[in-house]
Design a protein around this ligand. Structure first.
Ligand code: CTP
Ligand code: CA
Length: 227
């Protein structure tokens, strides 16, 4: 019901969202992932549909149901590795707004084994890593939209273990994006609640502790004003 009464500032806009963790395979039964639950990205997907947008949600492995599926305004692509998430996002990057909410693995396994790696009589296997592509950086720097704008309005996320404001501001500049959102800790991963630090060219603003859907709605309204 609340969705019905939300203002619709994103009517006619296309929104791309990456959410959740990625999974980097080591062998057919093992891999490396992270603690992202997907809840914040899925909440933003819901808030964007409520705001009138057409949403493409690209989700790493998480058990969450697709929000507002019956609206017909949301499509979901499930992916595993960062490489596959990157390919799906680039393919769908002709959009108005990109929320990069996924916790993307910075490195993948260089040569995942096709067979399960067995115990080797006490010998410990070594893993070689390769750098994964940076989805946000690539979309912010290279993608051109058909509407003639240089690229979608890109919103990055940052979760840090210290110096959130400094790290987030540095990331905003390094990635060449207009807005970055810091998760104010300590326990945002998996929680239904969060507190956000929103940084753009005009300065920074705290969105006080609330459940992730309320924060997502506030963030979507803020972004809608920028485009
Ligand atoms: N991101 C991405 N693709 C990657 C890595 C990160 O799209 N391969 C996006 C995340 O979704 C997030 C933003 O970039 O919106 C910042 O991610 P983060 O991991 O905090 O930044 P990094 O540049 O990877 O820096 P570091 O991990 O060293 O802090
Ligand atoms: Ca990273």
């Amino acid at each position: 019901l609340i969705a019905f009464f939300q203002p619709k500032p994103l009517k006619g806009k296309r929104v791309l969202i990456t959410a959740g963790p990625t999974f980097e395979a080591i062998d057919p039964v093992r891999g490396i992932t992270n603690l992202s639950s997907g809840k914040m990205g899925f909440a933003i997907a819901r808030a964007a549909v409520e705001a009138g947008a057409e949403v493409h949600l690209i989700a790493g492995p998480c058990e969450l149901p697709t929000p507002l599926l019956s609206s017909g305004k949301i499509t979901r692509t499930n992916v595993t590795s960062a490489k596959v998430m990157h390919a799906a996002a680039i393919q769908s990057s002709d959009c108005d707004i990109f929320f990069a909410v996924a916790a993307v693995a910075d490195w993948g396994i260089a040569k995942p084994s096709k067979e399960k790696i067995k115990r080797q009589g006490g010998k410990i296997p070594a893993l070689d890593f390769v750098a994964n592509p940076d989805i946000l950086l690539d979309i912010a720097s290279t993608v051109k939209t058909k509407a003639g704008k240089p690229h979608p309005y890109c919103v990055g996320f940052a979760a840090e273990s210290s110096a959130l404001a400094e790290h987030a501001a540095e990331k905003r500049k390094r990635k060449g994006i207009p807005m970055i959102v810091g998760n104010i800790g300590p326990d945002t991963f998996g929680s239904d609640f969060n507190q956000l630090l929103v940084i753009d060219a005009a300065g920074s603003k705290t969105l006080n502790k609330a459940d992730k859907l309320q924060l997502a709605r506030q963030l979507v309204q803020l972004v809608a004003k920028k485009i």
